[in-house]
Design a protein around this ligand. Structure first.
Ligand SMILES: [Zn+2]
Length: 591
C-alpha cells in the first residue's frame, strides 16, 4: 500500500467523492507490517520563522514531501544591490522527485515571490492554489523567463471543499480572510498528526455581535492530534481593525467630498481594497489611474478573473489625467511606506514623468507602518504636508485594515480550534514568542508549543511532537538583477549595481617604497557620488583618514590589508555623512 503513495502524480478529489485511500488505519497497519519503523512527520520551516517574509514550510512523511508557500523577503538596508532574499532549498537537493506538490496559500509576494526561481530549481513540481494565486504565479514565472509559464503544472482549487491526495498527505482546504482574494487555509493530514495552517489571515467581525464572520469551529473536528501553525504577526498588536464596512464608508466619504484629486497610497498587495476604491470612484463618476507596475499587474489579473468589476473606461492612463477636472480623478499608487522608487515618492520629488502633487489634492495613506520604516514614513508625511493641504493617514481616521489577526483574534482561534500543538509562524522571533506567551496565558500546555528557528525540524510520531535539535540549511539566498547568488560569485554584477545607485569614489595614494611614507596629498576621484567642490570638508576628512591608514603601514601590514581598511573605513564614513554607499576603490602607487 505504501508504494502507491509514492506516485508522483497528485490526485485530485472533489467533495463527495469517496477516497479509497482515505482509510488511515489501513495504511498504518500496512506500514507497520512492512516497516518496523513507522514514518515520522517532519515539519521544516525553511523561512518565515525569523522574519516577516520568505515564508516556506516543508512537510515530510516517509518518502513524500509537500511544500507550503515559496515567499521572498525584502532586503534590509545593508544588503547592497540585493533585490530580495529567497528560502534556502539545499535540504531538497537530491530529493526533488519526492516533492508531491507545492501549495500556495495566497498571492502575496512573501508567499509566492520565490516560486519562479524555486520551481525551476526543484524540477517543476505541481503548484496548487486558487484562481488569483495561480494567475499571479503564472505572471511571475513568465516575467522571470518568457515562455516558461506554459510549462507550469498546476492544480486549481476550484472549491473550498476540494480534497487532494499528495503522496501520503491528505490535503483539504478552508476559508480564511486576508487582504487579497482567494487566500486559503490548508489542513494536512498524516497518520501521526493533522496540521492546520491558515496561511495569512485576519478576522473580520460582525459589527453588531462582534462574532467573527468566518467560522473556524469545524477545524476542531479534524483528526487528532492537531497542530495549529498560525501566522502570528499580530501577536504584538492589540489594535482592533475597523470592519471592512467602516473602511469602505470612510473611503467613500473622503472620495466623494474631496475638493480636488484623490491620491491613495497603499500596497499593491491590497488588491481587495483597491477593488473597493475603483468601485466607489466609478459610482461617483470619477476616473481612476493606477500607478506602479505591481499595482497595474495585480488589478489587471483581478479584473481578468472578474474579482474587480468596472467599466473599462473607468481606468485611465496617467497621461489622460489632465483631460478631466481635478475632482473627477482618483489616483491609486504604491509608496505609502516611502519606498524610493514608488509612484508617490516620484510624484513628491518631481521625478514622476507626468504627475505632481497639488495643494488641493486629498492624499490618503492607506497602509500600516511596516516595522523598521517609521522614520522613512515620518519623512514622507512631512513632505506630503509641505506640498498638500489634505493628508489623511491612519492616525486620523481608519483608512486601513490590517491583513493580520491581532492578539484577541489569535486567542479566539486557539480557543475555537483547540489544537493539541501550537506552532506560531510567519513573523519575527519576538512575535512568535509573544504568541507563545499569549497561548500560555489562556491555558495552553507550555510543552506543546514550539517556537522554531528557520531550518529547525519539528518532529511528530505516534507518541507526540517535539522540537528537535536537527537543523537543515536556512542561510540567506540572495537574488539580484543578474540572478540567484548563494555565494559571492556575482560580485561583478553587484558592484555594478552599487555603482549605478550610489556611484564610486577612487582614492589614490602614492607611497615611497623605501620610507613607506605618503608622497603628496591623496587624490580622490568621485563619479556619480557627490560633486566634490560642494563637499570640501568631507573630502578633506577622507584625505585625513587615508593619511592615518597609510601611517599604519609602518606596523608591517601588507597592501591588501591597507586597501581593505581604506574601503571599509572610508565607506563607513561616507555612509555616515551621506547615507549613500558608493563603491570605494583604493589604488596604491609605489614610487
Ligand atoms: Zn499575505
Amino acid at each position: 500500500m505504501i508504494t502507491k503513495y509514492k506516485s508522483n502524480k497528485p490526485r485530485h478529489f472533489h467533495h463527495g467523492h469517496k477516497n479509497k485511500n482515505h482509510d488511515h488505519k489501513n495504511g498504518e497497519q500496512n506500514q507497520i507490517n512492512h516497516n518496523s519503523k513507522e514514518p515520522r512527520l517532519r515539519i521544516i520551516p525553511l523561512g518565515g520563522c525569523e522574519e516577516v517574509g520568505r515564508n516556506m514550510t516543508l512537510y515530510e512523511y516517509g518518502q513524500d514531501i509537500i511544500i507550503l508557500d515559496m515567499g521572498l523577503e525584502f532586503p534590509s538596508e545593508d544588503m547592497f544591490g540585493i533585490d530580495y532574499i529567497i528560502p534556502n532549498t539545499d535540504y531538497l537537493k537530491g530529493k526533488e522527485d519526492r516533492i508531491r506538490g507545492v501549495i500556495l496559500s495566497h498571492g502575496h509576494l512573501d508567499h509566492i515571490g520565490a516560486a519562479a526561481i524555486l520551481l525551476e530549481k526543484l524540477g517543476n513540481p505541481t503548484v496548487i492554489g486558487r484562481n488569483m494565486t495561480l494567475a499571479m504565479v503564472k505572471h511571475r514565472v513568465e516575467d522571470y523567463k518568457k515562455g516558461t509559464s506554459k510549462k507550469l503544472k498546476t492544480i486549481l482549487i476550484k472549491n473550498i471543499t476540494d480534497r487532494l491526495q499528495l503522496g501520503a498527505f491528505q490535503v483539504s482546504f478552508f476559508q480564511v480572510e486576508h487582504s487579497i482574494m482567494d487566500a486559503v487555509g490548508v489542513a494536512i493530514s498524516t497518520p501521526v498528526a493533522t496540521v492546520i495552517h491558515p496561511g495569512d489571515w485576519t478576522m473580520e467581525r460582525n459589527k453588531q455581535t462582534g462574532e467573527p464572520v468566518v467560522d473556524y469551529s469545524h477545524l476542531a473536528n479534524l483528526p487528532r492530534p492537531s497542530v495549529l501553525m498560525l501566522e502570528s504577526l499580530g501577536a504584538i498588536s492589540t489594535k482592533q481593525s475597523p470592519t471592512s464596512e467602516d473602511l469602505r464608508a470612510n473611503l467613500d466619504q473622503i472620495i466623494s467630498s474631496a475638493p480636488g484629486r484623490v491620491i491613495i497610497g497603499t500596497f499593491a498587495s491590497q488588491v481587495e481594497r483597491v477593488g473597493w476604491i475603483i468601485q466607489i470612484s466609478e459610482r461617483l463618476g470619477k476616473k481612476v489611474s493606477l500607478e506602479g507596475y505591481s499595482m497595474k499587474m495585480n488589478v489587471e489579473i483581478a479584473m481578468t478573473l472578474g474579482y474587480i468589476k468596472c467599466h473599462k473606461d473607468t481606468i485611465i492612463k496617467s497621461e489622460q489625467i489632465g483631460n478631466y477636472p481635478d475632482n473627477k480623478i482618483v489616483i491609486i499608487g504604491t509608496g505609502a511606506q516611502g519606498e524610493e522608487n514608488a509612484a508617490l515618492s516620484r510624484m513628491l520629488d518631481g521625478s514622476h514623468r507626468s504627475l505632481r502633487i497639488h495643494k488641493t489634492d486629498t492624499i490618503i495613506l492607506s497602509s500600516s507602518i511596516i516595522p523598521g520604516n517609521e522614520s522613512t514614513i515620518q519623512r514622507l508625511k512631512d513632505n506630503l504636508y509641505r506640498q498638500c493641504n489634505n493628508v489623511i493617514h491612519g492616525g486620523l481616521m481608519d483608512v486601513h485594515i490590517s491583513g493580520h489577526g491581532n492578539r484577541d483574534d489569535i486567542a479566539y482561534l486557539l480557543k475555537t480550534i483547540k489544537p493539541d500543538y501550537f506552532i506560531p509562524v510567519y513573523g519575527w522571533h519576538f512575535m512568535l514568542k509573544e504568541a507563545e506567551k499569549l497561548a500560555k496565558e489562556i491555558g495552553f500546555k507550555p510543552e506543546n508549543i514550539f517556537v522554531a528557528d528557520n531550518g529547525q525540524v519539528i518532529d511528530f510520531d505516534r507518541s507526540g511532537g517535539r522540537l528537535s535539535t536537527e537543523k537543515v540549511p536556512s542561510s540567506y539566498v540572495f537574488v539580484d538583477g543578474s540572478g540567484v547568488t548563494d555565494s559571492s560569485n556575482d560580485v561583478v554584477l553587484r558592484d555594478r549595481k552599487m555603482m549605478s545607485e550610489d556611484g564610486m569614489i577612487v582614492v589614490i595614494t602614492t607611497i615611497d617604497v623605501k620610507s613607506g611614507n605618503l608622497i603628496g596629498s591623496p587624490d580622490i576621484i568621485s563619479r556619480g557620488f557627490v560633486y566634490m567642490k560642494e563637499h570640501k570638508d568631507m573630502i578633506q576628512k577622507v584625505r585625513d583618514k587615508l593619511r592615518s591608514i597609510v601611517r599604519e603601514r609602518a606596523a608591517g601590514h601588507d597592501d591588501d590589508y591597507i586597501k581593505n581598511k581604506m574601503r571599509h573605513e572610508i565607506g563607513q564614513y561616507l555612509f555616515q555623512e551621506t547615507k549613500r554607499r558608493p563603491m570605494v576603490l583604493p589604488v596604491i602607487i609605489k614610487v
